[in-house]
Structures are given as C-alpha cells and as structure tokens.
Design a protein around this ligand. Structure first.
Ligand code: PLP
Length: 464
C-alpha cells in the first residue's frame, strides 16, 4: 500500500497494522485484537479518522501541537529548506544557517542566563544528554564525586535508559532492571492523591523538603542535580501547591547542585510563559526541550544550557564526547523556526495567560461540581479531572485503579474528543490556538462524557 491514503477499508488497515506495527506504550496482544483507530487527516484542533469521524484533539497530539494541525507555512518552510540543504551534520567543525538561526532565536526566548542550545531529536535524548552533561560538568569543576541525580516518583523524562531512570514510573523501571545506579527519587507534590491530610500550602512545603532531606542524606558533595517538570504531565497533570516551588528554590539556593527544569511539556507557552520554570519563578541551569519546539511537525529536541554550565564544560578545553547524527537537523530547525514564528505572531503565549487559559479554566473547574469528580484542576492550558467513586469522600480511590479512567477515556473518544486517562484521572492539553467556541465544545463534550461514564459505572457497581 502507499503511505498517504485511506482508500483502503479501515478493517484492512487495522489488520496490516496488527500484523506489522509495534506501538509505543501498548499491550499489543489486546490492541491487535481490538484494532487501532486510524487517523488520516488533521486540521486545527480537529482530527479525522478513516471512518470520516471528526475528533477534537484535546491532547494536542501528545502534548505537542501548540499551533494546531495542518499549518501550511511550516510544511512550506520544511520543503524550502529540504530543497536547499536537506541534511548536513554539525560534528566536523561545520554548521548551517537553520541551526544558527534557531539557536539565536531560542537564546532570545530563554531567560537571560541561558544562551546556548544542544540539539537532539526528542525529549528522551534531551534527558540522556542532561544525564551525561551534569556529571561531566562536575568532573570539569573538579568535583567528580557529584554524580547522583535526584528525580521524583511519577515524574516522566522519556523512555530511553536515562529518561526512564530519571523518571519515576515504577512500571517502566521494572522492565529492563532500572533505574541505572546513581539516581534517587523523592515523592511528588501530589496533594489530591497523597497530601490531603494537610492543607495544600502545608503539603507543598512538606513535599519540597523531601528534596532537602534527600540531599542531606546522600551528601551535598555527592549530588549533581535535581530534575523536575514544572507541572508533571504524563504522571497525571500534577499541579504542585503554590508553596512548592518557592521552597524548592530556597533549598536549591542554599546548596550547590544543578537544577534541571524539564520543559518538554511546559515549555513553549503551555503555562502562559515561554518556559514553565518562568511561570514558577525558577532559574534552571539546564532545560530539556522538545514537543512544542516544532509543534510535532518534525521530531526535534534540545537541551538549553545556562552560561554557568556552558562555561564549566568549556573550562578544560576538552571535547564533550556526545552528539547525534541528527543534532540540529536543518529541516527540523526550519520547522521549529516556522513554528516559533507562528507562536510569536499570533501571540499564543500571551493568549494562554490572559485569554484562552483563564476562559477554559473557569469552565473546566466547574466540572469539579459533577458527582463523579473529586477535583478539577488547570494551569495554563493543561488540566485534569480526578474521577472518584464517592464524592463525599473524595480522596478515596476506586478499588481497581485505572478501570474507571479507561472507561471514561473510551466514552470520550466515542463522543468525538481525545482526553487521556492516567490512573482514574482524565487529562487535557489542547492546542494553544483553541478558540472560545472550541473550548465550549470541549467542556460540553467532557460534561456529556462524565454523565455517561457515571451511568456506566453505576450500572456496573463501581459507585453508589
Ligand atoms: C514526552 C516527554 C519526554 C520525552 O520526550 P520524547 O520526545 O517522547 O522522547 C521527556 N520529558 C517530558 C516532561 C515529557 O513529557
């Protein structure tokens, strides 16, 4: 068959897919029996499947399509670049205009103390780069004992060896015997699930002090870095209490370790600033980026490097033995530049902060009144709904964690909208171009989905 066509019956496509295509993060046995949904087109915030159904993309692909689908100007920029220079590496003392232009642009957008970017092709590779970069930095600074990297349980930093290790997904650790040595995890600031015996403010400080305890236990002279997402995405849109980041900042200010803000989701406007760490007033030493950098039009990631780390790495004049064939790929850089230009021209970052963000939030939080919902939360354009069996006792989870979430997710798909299920929460992260009208459709569809899910759960004895 040819790549782009849906002239084949859906069933035939599903059979070929089941026979030959191994999907990421999937139970392939049951997926192959069920058959994948085939997406054939997308435009703006709308996907079209092989049956002609239109589906509201409440997840912006996979947290990445900031500018919406089908922007011709990105395709044109890539086409033009590929006709001029489709590929050359940046290893052999060479560079090219797209990599130069993108680096200058990113340095302008980043906080003042961050002026350089190392390129790769994904968020996972960015965090593999981080892993080697922070350890190498301390070697060069004459402190080779500083090797331990502290991450958080239920954090997500990608799926490669280093990404999985830095992340705190226990199921992922079990497959492959991870984490690698030298990674330590502290608890996450998940007030609804783990901290409700305190006020959110108390719990935020309590959770932050886990970092202080860990550094003191391991020894400041052995700790290289702390890595965290400003808001945990894949872990279930864990929005920390307002007291969390200020307390983390205090702890980091008092100790000489590097801070890595994983901006793969929170960067490029998701929280109403160019970078999520800016929203929380943090000053990172390194920022892994990917996803929204190109809005997913082509794969590209990077690590934004502060002057402190860059100068440290350059101290001895020795090579940093690290790089990827596709570091700074010209076509990907062209896609990123066109994408950033759209974000700037259409004021999407500001829009999230002052317009569509508050508009959607107001309506999303009202879903918290639904009998199935224990908590509705949102910051910028990323939000979650916690499904609970007993609203009067909201922190008590369902007996079989994950079932209610999956049922609700499937009902949402059936109602023409993608929401993602994490445990028994439903999460959204829509494109930043979402209009008010589309936000109304999103909330209405979510409401209908909750009503229907409630009925199914009641019928099957999960609630009441
Ligand atoms: C998605 C994600 C990654 C991994 O990015 P990939 O491009 O999938 O490798 C890393 N960190 C965070 C916070 C992410 O959400």
């Amino acid at each position: 068959m040819t790549a782009h066509s849906n002239i084949y019956p859906t069933k035939a496509l599903q059979e070929l897919d089941a026979a030959h295509h191994w999907h990421p993060f999937s139970d392939m046995k049951s997926l192959n029996q069920e058959g994948s949904r085939v997406i054939t087109h997308a435009d703006g915030i709308w996907l079209t499947d092989s049956e002609g159904n239109r589906i509201l993309d409440g997840m912006a692909g996979l947290w990445c399509v900031q500018v919406g689908h089908g922007r011709k100007e990105i395709a044109d920029a890539v086409y033009k670049q590929m006709n001029e220079l489709s590929y050359y590496n940046t290893f052999f003392k060479t560079t090219h205009p797209p990599a130069i232009a993108l680096s200058e642009k990113l340095a302008k957008l980043a906080p003042d103390h961050i002026n350089r970017v190392f390129y790769c092709s994904s968020g996972s590779e960015a965090n593999d780069t981080v892993f080697r970069m922070v350890r190498t930095y301390w070697d060069k600074m004459g402190k080779p004992n500083k090797k331990v990297i502290i991450g958080r349980w239920n954090g997500y930093h990608g799926s490669t060896l280093a990404g999985t290790s830095l992340g705190g997904m226990k199921g992922m650790h079990q497959q492959g015997g991870l984490p690698v040595p030298g990674v330590h995890h502290i608890d996450q600031p998940y007030w609804f699930g783990e901290g409700h015996e305190m006020s959110p403010e108390e719990f935020g400080v309590f959770a932050a002090r886990k970092l202080e305890e860990a550094i003191d236990e391991i020894g400041e002279d052995k700790v290289a870095a702390f890595i965290a997402e400003p808001i945990q995405g894949a872990g279930g849109v864990i929005i920390p209490p307002e007291t969390y980041w200020p307390e983390i900042r205090r702890i980091l200010d008092e100790r000489d370790i590097l801070f890595v803000s994983d901006e793969v989701i929170c960067g490029f406007g998701r929280l109403g600033e160019w970078f999520g760490s800016t929203h929380y007033g943090m000053k990172p030493d390194l920022m892994p980026i990917a996803k929204g950098l190109t809005s997913g039009y082509l794969p590209m990631g990077g690590v934004m490097v502060s002057d402190r780390v860059a100068e440290g790495l350059m101290l001895s004049g020795e090579e940093f033995y690290h790089g990827y064939t596709y570091s700074g790929h010209p076509a990907c850089a062209a896609a990123a530049l066109a994408n950033l230009e759209i974000i700037e021209r259409e004021g999407l970052v500001e829009r999230v902060k002052t317009d569509i963000g508050p508009y959607l939030k107001e309506r999303w939080l009202k879903l918290g009144d639904h009998p199935l919902i224990g908590e509705a939360r949102m910051t910028g354009l990323v939000g979650a709904l916690e499904l609970v069996p007993d609203k009067k006792n909201p922190h008590r989870p369902f007996k079989d964690v994950g079932t209610a979430g999956t049922i609700c997710r499937d009902i949402s798909f059936g109602n023409g909208m993608v929401m993602r299920a994490v445990r028994d929460s439903l999460i959204i992260s829509p494109p930043l171009v979402l209009t008010h009208e589309e936000a109304d459709i999103l909330v209405k569809t979510a409401e209908k989905t909750l009503d229907e899910t409630y009925q199914v759960l009641k019928r099957d004895g999960w609630i009441g």
